[in-house]
Design a protein around this ligand. Structure first.
Ligand SMILES: Cc1cc2nc3c(=O)[nH]c(=O)nc-3n(C[C@H](O)[C@H](O)[C@H](O)COP(=O)(O)OP(=O)(O)OC[C@H]3O[C@@H](n4cnc5c(N)ncnc54)[C@H](O)[C@@H]3O)c2cc1C
Length: 413
């Protein structure tokens, strides 16, 4: 560093993964940093609760080991991850189809080639698209002109029927929209990570991920239950009326507080999702696999306790099912009927444990997507989070990293 910095160089507002990653990078560069967080724990959208012996994430989500920021920042062993099978199941009106990645599970190749999932042309087009996404350097993917995921599938020679049976039900659960209007660039990068990595859940719940980041900060660096009410010329004003001075402020609050703290920053629309957590007397599946529905009555469902047995008390089964939008009257009843059909089992003896609706779950990512945006807003003011990059943990972490780089560059000038 060209010169020593004051005691409170940077104040990060928000202890989601973006804010925590930013704080960690600043700290590693020798800058003093504090974080204020409105909630009673770190994690933002990645938090887990315990309800009567069950682990309940605040909305079903998965953790992808191939994300570059994940590989850079985490000791995956420490997170004690449990994998999903590489692939997913598709419930169709004519029965269940199984898509398993043949490069990881060669013994599933005969089933893939049987024609039940797709004909030879679609399989060849899927293979080519996947090989390109997996093998081309990401820079090439990023430089391609952007379009919607739907157009990208058509351009890749994939038939509409196969898109409806395979990509649409699966992709809706990833981007929390079911019109395939998400940027193709974002789709290709996410598909690349799915093919190269493993989707997992930490044994103690998704909330372990931000806690691992926070554990690398000095004690007392994160102040919980301290919402920022506004930015001042010298730092941040908390809702308690205290002014915390800082040379630079990074707003990492997610969409809720950005309009108040930084009204000049425009935000994308956000997707709403609801996850229903059911307790069943036994597993209706018996394998750690995602199940999607061609009729899209739900985005995806899985038997969480088949993935991570400790998500449920011994001998009990926890099922998570996500739907687009909010809960509403009769929605759970209809969902239960759809789940009964998809799992091929009665659901009368299932109990609803809890429901989680996440209003600002994921930013919409229509084309063209720049993938990453500057975090500089004004001198000494920065913004980061998944809305400044891609809608994922990778995007949030990368945006936090970019904020740290930009703050450092400006402080050292
Ligand atoms: C249901 C669901 C499913 C998902 N599935 C996946 C998935 O499978 N894979 C994937 O990669 N990603 C997934 N995501 C996305 C991922 O969780 C987010 O992209 C990421 O957690 C966003 O982190 P962030 O730090 O940008 O924002 P946030 O997590 O929203 O963090 C913002 C923080 O700021 C705090 N804050 C707000 N206002 C203030 C204030 N005024 N003062 C102080 N603090 C404030 C909040 O309390 C919060 O802690 C999913 C998200 C949800 C909700």
């Amino acid at each position: 560093m060209s010169r020593a910095l004051d005691a409170t160089d940077v104040l990060v507002v928000g202890a989601g993964v973006a804010g925590l990653a930013c704080a960690r990078d600043l700290l590693a560069a020798g800058v003093s940093v504090r974080v204020v967080e409105a909630g009673d724990a770190v994690g933002g959208r990645m938090r887990s609760d315990r309800i009567g012996g069950y682990v309940v994430d605040r909305g079903f989500q998965v953790f992808n080991t191939a994300y570059p920021q994940v590989r850079r920042r985490f000791d995956l062993k420490e997170l004690r991850l449990r994998p999903f099978t590489p692939g997913f199941l598709v419930h169709t009106p004519t029965g269940r189809l199984n898509f398993s990645d043949p490069t990881r599970r060669p013994r599933t190749l005969p089933e893939l080639l049987s024609g039940r999932l797709a004909g030879p042309r679609d399989l060849a087009a899927l293979g080519l698209l996947s090989a390109r996404d997996m093998l081309l350097p990401p820079g090439r993917l990023k430089r391609r002109p952007d379009t919607t995921a739907r157009t990208a599938f058509a351009d890749a020679g994939i038939s509409e029927a196969f898109v409806e049976r395979f990509f649409r039900p699966f992709v809706s659960g990833v981007f929390l929209e079911d019109e395939l209007e998400t940027s193709a660039r974002v789709f290709h990068l996410v598909w690349r990570s799915m093919l190269r990595g493993t989707i997992c859940l930490p044994t103690e719940g998704i909330g372990v991920v931000p806690r691992a980041l926070a554990a690398g900060l000095p004690e007392g660096a994160v102040r919980l239950e301290t919402p920022a009410a506004g930015l001042t010329d010298d730092g941040v004003l908390t809702t308690g009326g205290q002014e915390i001075p800082a040379r630079a402020v990074v707003v990492a609050t997610g969409p809720g507080a950005v309009p108040v703290l930084l009204p000049e920053v425009s935000l994308p629309d956000y997707r709403i999702v609801t996850t229903y957590y059911h307790v069943a007397p036994r597993s209706p599946l018996g394998e750690p696999t995602l199940l999607v529905d061609t009729r899209r009555r739900f985005l995806n469902t899985c038997v969480l306790s088949d993935v991570v047995p400790s998500y449920a008390p011994p001998g009990r089964t926890l099922v998570a099912t996500s739907v687009l939008g909010r809960d509403g009257q009769g929605r759970e009843r209809e969902l239960r009927a759809a789940l009964g059909e998809a799992y091929g089992t009665g659901t009368d003896d299932w109990d609803l444990l809890t429901v989680r609706t996440i209003e600002d779950a994921l930013p919409a990512m229509p084309p063209p997507q720049p993938l990453t945006r500057t975090t500089r807003v004004a001198p000494g003011r920065y913004v980061c989070g998944d809305h400044r990059a891609t809608a994922s943990v990778q995007g949030a972490l990368a945006s936090g990293a970019r904020a740290a780089r930009e703050v450092l560059r400006d402080l050292r000038r």
